[in-house]
Design a protein around this ligand. Structure first.
Ligand code: SF4
Ligand code: SF4
Length: 428
C-alpha cells in the first residue's frame, strides 16, 4: 500500500497540456500497446485520462494504474497522429517522475530501475565492468544456469562488443575544412557500438568537418527521464550544456536517436529555471542527428552497397521518426547506396519493443513487439536491416536470431555507409 501522496507532489502535470487531449481517438491506431492488447487503458487517450485522474485524486496510485503507465513505450507515435498537438512525451515523463516519488515498487523492480538502469548503464566504465561476467557466461555457454529474465537480457547483447574511446579532436579529411562539430559519444554507444561511433566521426571528417568529442560529457539523461528520475536527467543536461558551451562548434552531432530526442529537449527539461531553460534551448538548437546533418551534404563521398548486403530495408527508430520527425533523410542516404534494391518495411515506424530500457522492465510486451517486427522483416526478404538507434539494433538482431534468421544483419546507417565506401575505395 502506498503512503498518501504529499500535497506538494500531487500536481505533477501541466494542466493546460494535460487538457489538450480532446479524446478524439485518432492516436489509437498507431499505438503499439493498444494494437497488441486492444485495452483502452493501454492507449494514449486512456493513459492521459489516467494521468489526469491521478493528478485530480480521482484514482489512487495503485499497481493497476502504474502498470498501464509502465506499459507505455514512450515511442511517441501518438504525438505524430494527434491533431491537437498533445505533448504526450512530456506528460509521460512528468507522470513517471511522480510515480517513482510516490509509489512503492517491488524489490526486483527497485534493483532493476534504481541500480542497473540508473547506476550502471549511464556510466561507460561501470557498464563495461558489468558486462564482463555476461561475456564469460556466453563464452562458456552457461546461459542455462540463469533465470529466464537474465537469459533474455543476455540474448540482447551483440556478438562482438567494441568499446572505443574517441580522440578529443578528429581532423577534417579535406583542406580547408568545411566546419567544426561537437560529437556526443553516448554511454551504450561508446561501450557496445564503438565501431559505429568511429564510422560516424569518419563520415563527418570525410564531409570536411573537424570533430570534437569532449571527454567530460556525460549521459544525455534519456535513461533517467524515461525511468522517472527527472532530477538526475536535469543534472546530466546541465553538465553537458556546461561542457559544450565552451566549444566553438557549428553543431552537436548524435548518432543514437533515443539520445538525440532528449538532447533536443533540454530547454523544456530545464523549464523551471529560466536561465537554464535558455541555455538548454541554445544547446538543443545545435543538436542534429547524424543523418539529418549528412543527408543534405553534396561533398559526402558516394558509393554502392556491396551486393551481399542487398536487398536492404529500413526500420524507423521511434525517437528519430516520431520524437524528431526525421524520416526522409535516412531513406535518402540509403537510396544513394542501394538504388532500387531497397524494400519498404511494413509497419516500419511501429516500435520494435526496445524503447530504451523497456525490454528489461516490460519483457513480455517487448517480446511481442519484437516478434511482430521480425515477421515484417521476414516478409521483405531483405538481407540487411538498416536503422539509427543502438537499442533497435540489439532488439531486432536478438529477435532475428531467435527466429532462426540470424543471417539477416541489423546495422547502423553510419556503418553501412562506411562499409560501402570501403568496398568502393579500399582504405577509405
Ligand atoms: S508513447 Fe507509444 S506506447 Fe505510449 S501511448 Fe503513445 S503511442 Fe502508445
Ligand atoms: S489524438 Fe490527441 S487529442 Fe485525440 S485522443 Fe489521442 S492524444 Fe487525445
Amino acid at each position: 500500500m502506498n503512503p498518501p501522496v504529499p500535497s506538494h507532489l500531487s500536481r505533477f502535470l501541466d494542466q493546460d497540456k494535460a487538457l489538450a487531449c480532446v479524446h478524439c481517438g485518432l492516436c489509437l491506431s498507431v499505438c503499439p500497446t493498444y494494437l497488441e492488447t486492444g485495452n483502452e487503458n493501454n492507449s494514449p487517450r486512456g493513459r492521459i485520462y489516467l494521468m489526469r485522474a491521478l493528478q485530480d485524486g480521482r484514482v489512487p496510485l495503485r499497481n493497476a494504474v502504474v502498470h498501464h503507465i509502465d506499459l507505455c513505450l514512450g515511442c511517441r507515435a501518438c504525438e505524430v497522429a494527434c491533431p491537437s498537438g498533445v505533448q504526450y512525451g512530456e506528460l509521460l515523463e512528468a507522470t513517471r517522475d511522480h510515480i517513482e516519488k510516490c509509489h512503492t515498487r517491488s524489490a526486483f523492480q527497485k534493483i532493476l530501475r534504481r541500480i542497473v538502469i540508473e547506476r550502471v548503464f549511464p556510466f561507460p566504465w561501470r557498464l563495461k565492468l558489468a558486462l564482463l561476467p555476461a561475456n564469460l557466461i556466453r563464452r562458456f555457454r552457461c546461459e542455462w544456469l540463469l533465470p529466464s529474465f537474465a537469459r533474455d537480457a543476455l540474448a540482447l547483447l551483440p556478438d562482438a562488443m567494441d568499446a572505443t574511446v574517441l580522440p578529443e579532436i578528429s581532423p577534417a579529411a579535406t583542406e580547408p575544412r568545411r566546419g567544426r562539430v561537437g560529437f556526443i559519444s553516448g554511454c551504450v554507444m561508446s561501450v557496445m557500438f564503438g565501431r559505429t561511433n568511429q564510422s560516424s566521426v569518419r563520415l563527418l571528417n570525410l564531409a570536411g568537418y573537424e570533430v570534437v568529442t569532449p571527454p567530460r560529457q556525460v549521459c544525455c539523461g534519456a535513461l533517467y527521464a524515461h525511468a522517472g528520475n527527472l532530477r538526475r536527467a536535469r543534472a546530466c543536461a546541465r553538465r553537458n550544456i556546461r561542457v559544450f558551451e565552451k566549444l566553438d562548434v557549428d553543431a552537436i552531432i548524435i548518432n543514437a536517436a533515443g539520445c538525440g530526442s532528449t538532447l533536443k529537449e533540454y530547454g523544456q527539461l530545464l523549464h523551471a529555471n529560466p536561465k537554464w531553460a535558455e541555455r538548454g534551448a541554445r544547446f538543443s538548437a545545435k543538436v542534429k542527428d547524424l543523418v539529418e546533418w549528412l543527408a543534405p551534404l553534396k561533398s559526402l563521398p558516394r558509393a554502392r552497397a556491396p551486393d551481399p548486403s542487398l536487398p536492404a530495408t529500413y526500420h524507423d527508430a521511434c525517437h528519430l521518426a516520431h520524437a524528431q520527425r526525421i524520416t526522409e533523410p535516412p531513406r535518402k542516404l540509403l537510396r544513394t547506396l542501394v538504388g532500387d534494391r531497397w524494400i519498404a518495411l511494413p509497419e516500419s515506424d511501429l516500435c520494435c519493443g526496445s524503447a530504451g530500457s523497456y525490454n528489461l522492465t516490460e519483457p513480455e510486451m517487448a517480446r511481442r513487439l519484437r516478434d511482430r517486427k521480425v515477421q515484417n522483416i521476414l516478409k521483405t526478404g531483405a538481407r540487411t536491416v538498416v536503422t539509427t538507434n543502438p537499442g533497435c539494433i540489439l532488439q531486432i538482431q536478438a529477435g532475428l536470431r531467435q527466429a532462426g534468421a540470424g543471417h539477416i544483419r541489423v546495422v547502423h546507417l553510419a556503418d553501412f555507409l562506411v562499409e560501402s565506401l570501403r568496398e568502393a575505395t579500399p582504405g577509405a
